[in-house]
Design a protein around this ligand. Structure first.
Ligand SMILES: [Zn+2]
Ligand SMILES: [Zn+2]
Length: 537
């Protein structure tokens, strides 16, 4: 009898099943059940095959009769007939191409069938020969769109940029599975990724890449398309030129082009050395330059987080839970900055709420000392530049963030006037997400940053680098201008949950893209020095 499959192998088949069900258009919950079963199998210490043989596998919570039946078949015969059948009928390569062309999974298979195309190559050939017109339901407009997409296929790009956290979460496990490292835009911590790449030294990398559950098709030799339709480029390098290939695949294109021709090097350090250029952190590889980098701020420099929410407004955790989590991250302090009433869509704190929250924060401080939970607020800036809470309420607080939420579309003059007026309030310490963008949803506002920098220098108000993945505001270019003007920044998470505190990494790397050093960052200071640095100093 054949050896029992190991848990990892069983999990891999369940993941493949989930991917196929998803492509075949099964309900989200059905596909999800298989993904969860795969996670469960991976996390189970005992050999799952033995549990299956003993008829005990349903003791694992989340394994129902349907999954049990398929597991029994897998252990018994080494395969799952229905999965093989799905792989034949769903045609992952066709579906992968179809996703790229903007067709649903079902429609991709229908069109391929009507064209008599068994492979993506057949599909492309038939389309270019003008045969799409003969497919029922495809008119001249649709045909033109598909042909245009096929032209773009030479350099596949996602339809719009992937958020940084999603891009890294997508690439990291793929890189690990093919024995490679993350490159492309995410390695530079670009706020929105269009070029996703992995560089590997491993000769089997391409083969493993093809068989990953995340990759449904390889469209032009080395570019895989994920289930979500995102292209991922795989570069297989020789040991002698790994550094060169990594540098090239990291980009930006303009930065690399200005360094070409690149010498061969096993590491990036070797390549830079041969070029006679100081090593450059990936975050600074946007515009071409050959400068020596300053000592950029690091995550370990951050002493506290100055912007987070709790259940008092729209957060998911209590004051104490957020404080504990921040202490566990090694911070010395955390400012609780819930919303004020004018924010509208979510609950905001009145003057009375602020006082009552202060009592809760005092109790948390007793439990967490010497860690400090700071009494803060994210106070809305009203349309006339006044603040949403009275000065005597703000005066009691340790840290006041001022934020524009409504009225982002005001013309530059009005919005800037409104903002700097709020910055001149004696209790405001930091301006939140100054440019107000939501990546892929809302463009930046018209705020005049030069004027804001001027007022920041006069008043001592810091500017936030907000670490929410769809904000990252200020962005790198703006941080650089702020730092050059001598304005201090604060790296914050704007966390709405314990997990959200982890976005500090995104804020720090965004600050690094702006050439910021620890000296530019207010919350790289201990709180005692921070609070002593009163406004205007
Ligand atoms: Zn806000
Ligand atoms: Zn906030």
């Amino acid at each position: 009898m054949a050896k029992d499959p190991e848990n990892a192998a069983i999990a891999e088949r369940l993941e493949a099943f989930a991917a196929m069900l998803d492509l075949a258009g099964a309900s989200y919950y059905t596909a999800r059940a298989y993904t969860r079963a795969a996670e469960l199998v991976k996390a189970t210490p005992a050999p799952v095959a033995e549990l299956v043989r003993a008829g005990r596998v349903r003791e694992l919570r989340g394994i129902g009769p349907g999954i049990e039946r398929r597991l029994a078949e897998l252990v018994e015969t080494g395969r799952i007939e229905e999965l093989d059948e799905l792989e034949r009928s769903v045609q992952p390569a066709i579906v992968g191409l179809g996703r790229f062309l903007g067709l649903s999974a079902k429609r991709s298979v229908e069109v391929a069938k009507a064209l008599g195309a068994a492979t993506p190559e057949d599909f492309r050939e038939a389309a270019r020969a003008g045969r799409l017109r003969s497919v029922p339901g495809i008119g001249p407009k649709r045909e033109a769109a598909i042909l245009a997409a096929l032209e773009r296929e030479e350099q596949p790009r996602p339809r719009r940029g992937l958020l940084l956290n999603r891009a890294r979460a997508l690439l990291e496990p793929i890189a690990e599975a093919v024995g490679g490292v993350v490159a492309g835009d995410p390695r530079r911590w670009r706020d929105s990724s269009e070029r996703l790449a992995i560089v590997s030294l491993d000769n089997d990398a391409l083969d493993r890449f093809r068989h990953l559950p995340q990759i449904v098709a390889v469209v032009d030799g080395t570019t895989g398309v994920t289930v979500e339709g995102v292209p991922v480029e795989l570069v297989v390098a020789s040991p002698a030129s790994f550094g060169t290939e990594l540098l090239r695949a990291t980009g930006s294109e303009a930065y690399v082009a200005a360094l070409e021709p690149l010498p061969a090097g096993a590491t990036e350090e070797e390549v830079y050395k041969a070029l006679g250029v100081p090593w450059c952190p990936p975050e600074l590889r946007e515009e071409p330059h050959r400068e020596a980098p300053p000592p950029l701020v690091e995550l370990a420099d951050v002493r506290g987080d100055l912007h987070c929410h709790t259940t008092w407004s729209d957060g998911k955790a209590s004051v104490l839970e957020m404080g504990e989590a921040a202490r566990e991250r090694g911070y010395e302090y955390l400012a609780i900055c819930d919303h004020t009433p004018s924010v509208g869509a979510v609950p905001g704190l009145s003057a009375d709420d602020v006082r009552r929250q202060g009592e809760e924060i005092a109790a948390a401080n007793e439990a967490l000392a010497p860690f400090r939970v700071l009494r803060g607020i994210e106070c809305d800036i009203l349309r006339d530049g006044s603040l949403d809470l009275r000065d005597d309420v703000l005066a009691d607080l340790d840290w006041v963030q001022a934020s524009v939420h409504g009225g982002q579309r005001m013309p530059a003059r009005e919005l800037t006037k409104r903002t700097v007026e709020a910055m001149r309030n004696p209790y405001v310490r930091c301006l939140s997400h100054p440019k107000g963008r939501i990546i892929n949803h809302r463009p930046e506002n018209a705020l005049d940053l030069d004027e804001v920098f001027q007022v920041a220098l006069e008043t001592g108000v810091a500017l936030e680098v907000n670490g929410l993945p769809d904000r990252l505001d200020l962005r790198g270019e703006h941080v650089r201008r702020a730092v050059q003007a001598g304005v201090k920044i604060v790296v914050s998470t704007d966390a709405h949950s314990v997990r959200g505190l982890g976005n500090m990494e995104l804020a720090v790397h965004t600050a690094r893209r702006g050439w910021a050093t620890a000296g530019d960052v207010r919350n790289a200071l201990p709180w005692t020095e921070q609070s002593a640095r009163t406004k205007g100093v």
